[in-house]
Design a protein around this ligand. Structure first.
Ligand SMILES: [Cu+2]
Length: 374
């Protein structure tokens, strides 16, 4: 982009310019009920908007995208991504331990990240973020990785494993058409992640090759806090008393200038603002929060009308921060957020990055707090 133009445009404008370039067509409007003007700067199209509230999804902030992405074409819906854990194919090892086997396919795929904005992603299993892998502390984990993409890729897990299983060039990085099997014991328990570690790293990460990797604590290994551990162990009665969601904070550089134009949780800008996450009043909420945003050093989560406890990296059974309403994460940092709407009125409660620019460019959502069904 020409320097004079770049200086004259905010990143918001770049978003819509990038959208036009990516989709090959001008966006008709940004906000319902808004006045939209189109300007042409040489070969770059810019859309500006004087937004007005439309009274529906915009009651808490009208500066959001309008319309919806095509979840069917994408092959994934952020509302489903919140809870669609992949626990693998379970079998028993000769020593009686649990073996969980996962199959992950790397592939190129164009995905829609905001209405009308297509992004040429590199994916695990055709989705961004990749599958949310969930295992139990001490399990043997086996991941069979097929690279059907157009570039070399790997899967680098944050966890404890041997150098051979590290998923870096020379140790589990494979070319197109190749296959590699990663294997290790699931340690330590916590809220982790995995991502491609091919070079250039920032390109491979920001193209979409990442996902959550949660290791539930084994209650028998933590007798002093067994009840807390059981509440984290997927499928236990204690765990079913919680509302758990996985949120991967990500962003997209749609014009490949080394800066992001779209921010989100679970890929689609403003998805949870348009499709609020239902939360039952009084039932505790646990969020597995992972930050994979490239190019911007710090991201954050801020919760409205409430405070939460936080477990940095999820590797402890007692909170590392108590009674906070904002937490920041650098890239690859993650943690567990726990709270409840106990004495609150029902209604829509916002959550968002407290980097206001990120919020306006997609990283904002709503919890819809409802009464439990009678
Ligand atoms: Cu890669």
């Amino acid at each position: 982009m020409r320097a004079w133009l770049r200086e004259s445009l905010s990143r918001r404008s770049l978003l819509w310019g990038g959208a036009a370039a990516a989709s090959g067509s001008m966006l008709g409007s940004i906000a319902a009920g808004s006045r939209t003007s189109h300007e042409n700067h040489g070969d770059h199209s810019v859309v500006t908007t004087d937004a007005t509230p439309d009274g529906s999804h915009s009651a808490h902030g009208n500066m959001i995208t309008v319309g919806d992405v095509d979840a069917t074409r994408n092959g994934f819906d952020p509302s489903s991504l919140l809870t669609d854990w992949d626990t693998g194919i379970v079998s028993a090892l000769p020593d009686g331990r649990t073996l969980r086997t996962f199959e992950i396919i790397g592939e190129d795929k164009e995905i829609e990240i905001a209405p009308g904005i297509l992004f040429p992603a590199w994916t695990y299993n055709g989705r961004v973020p990749g599958p949310s892998l969930r295992v139990t502390e001490g399990d043997r984990v086996r991941i069979v990785f097929h690279n059907n993409g157009s570039h070399r890729h790997s899967i680098h897990f944050h966890g404890i494993h041997s150098a051979r299983m590290d998923g870096i060039p020379g140790a589990g990085e494979i070319g197109p058409g190749e296959e590699f099997t990663y294997e290790f014991d699931a340690l330590p328990f916590g809220c982790h992640l995995y991502h491609c570690h091919s070079l250039p790293l920032k390109r491979h990460i920001h193209k979409g090759m990442y996902g959550a990797f949660v290791i539930d604590p084994d209650p028998t290994r933590h007798p002093e806090l067994a009840e807390v551990a059981r509440s984290r162990l997927l499928g236990t009665p204690e765990n079913q008393g919680w509302q758990e969601f996985v949120m991967v904070m990500n962003a997209f550089d749609t014009n490949f200038d080394g800066e992001n134009e779209v921010y989100a949780v679970n890929t689609v800008a403003h998805h949870y603002a348009k499709h609020p996450i239902t939360v039952v009043r009084g039932k505790p909420v646990r969020i597995y929060l992972v930050n994979v945003v490239e190019f911007d050093p710090i991201n954050s989560l801020h919760l409205h009308g409430n405070f939460f406890d936080y477990y940095d990296h999820g590797t402890t059974l007692t909170p590392t921060l108590r009674t906070v309403d904002t937490v920041m994460q650098c890239q690859a940092q993650r943690g567990i957020v726990e709270f409840a709407y106990r004495d609150h009125e029902t209604g829509l409660y916002m959550f968002h990055a407290h980097q206001s620019e990120f919020t306006e460019l997609g990283w904002m959502g709503m919890f819809d707090v409802v009464e439990a069904a009678a």
